[in-house]
Design a protein around this ligand. Structure first.
Ligand code: ATR
Length: 272
């Protein structure tokens, strides 16, 4: 790959970013499509200054990650209706100094689920009530799913359910209602707590679609057990690659080389 004066610069803005897989994934995509772009990880503690720098240095696009997804909103020229509704931006597109914020997390999760099941009218248990649940919840509700928020703490769960006009149930009562789809948006099962799962009542898992957004490890306890019970599973790598592929398309207007991006991410995750 040749870096020259025409190379367009892209970055992920977050803290921490040292272990981000986004540079590997997006640089692979630029190369696969023969685009003159480079993507780097920038550890950012000042989101306002970082957005100003994106503009003044002319970065072509950015990913925004924890903890800045909400903080960047006031500094952008435009925020898409979906990102505004969610209250979080994971993508910045720079068109000649006019910065637009978008959110590809919700659409990525929805696309992953739609590839396995038609979600309209399905009973979906959304586990967790944090930022990830908000994005995915808005996308699922807009697609006509019957969403129930399952959360450990009642107040936070009820608040999100109210915002989404969805139902709420305490996580501990998961066995009281049948669901077609479970989506884990909590960090339960993530390294180093790999022996934990957000669903301990596995008896109720049978033939549903089970999605986990955790990709560290790829094979969470939830995913392993769901697989064993004959469920259709979607792991966190799929959601990660899909949100990145949508970003790539927003920045470049070129169809993302999805399979190549997925291969490089899965290779990296299984070797680490
Ligand atoms: P994010 O923005 O990444 O979604 P977050 O805002 O910290 O992260 O939200 C984390 C979610 O995971 C919350 O819904 C949290 O439940 P509480 O509202 O009860 O705190 C949930 N969560 C985290 N650890 C959990 C655990 N051990 N058991 C059940 N839920 C847990």
């Amino acid at each position: 790959m040749r870096i020259d004066s025409a190379t367009r610069l892209y970055a992920v803005l977050g803290d921490p970013v040292a272990h981000s897989l986004s540079p590997l994934m997006h640089n692979c995509a630029f190369e696969a499509k023969g685009l003159n772009g480079v993507y780097v990880a920038l550890r950012v503690t000042d989101p306002k200054g970082a957005v100003a720098a994106v503009k003044s240095l002319g970065l072509a696009g950015c990913s925004v990650t924890i903890p800045h997804k909400t903080a960047v909103l006031p500094f952008l020229e435009e925020v898409t209706p979906f990102a505004r509704q969610v209250g979080a931006v994971n993508t910045i597109i720079n068109r000649d100094g006019y910065l637009t914020g978008d959110n590809t997390d919700g659409p990525a999760a929805l696309a992953a689920l739609q590839s396995k099941i038609q979600v309209a009218g399905k009973k979906v248990a959304l586990i967790g009530a944090g930022g990830a649940a908000r994005g995915i919840g808005h996308a699922l509700c807009a697609a006509g799913a019957a969403v129930t928020i399952l959360n450990r703490s009642v107040d936070k769960g009820e608040r999100l359910a109210q915002t989404l006009s969805a139902d709420f149930m305490p996580l501990a009562e998961v066995d009281q209602r049948p669901f077609d789809v479970f989506v884990n948006t909590t960090s339960v099962g993530m390294y180093p707590g790999v022996r934990s799962s957000p669903l301990n009542k596995y008896i109720y898992i049978q033939n549903q679609v089970i999605m986990d957004i955790i990709y560290n490890p790829l094979e969470t306890r939830l995913i392993t057990r769901a697989r064993r019970k004959g469920c259709t599973v979607i792991d966190g790598a799929e959601m990660f690659v899909r949100q990145g592929a949508l970003q790539f398309e927003l920045w470049t207007g070129v169809p993302a080389p999805y399979e190549k991006m997925e291969t490089v991410v899965r290779q990296e995750l299984s070797s680490s």
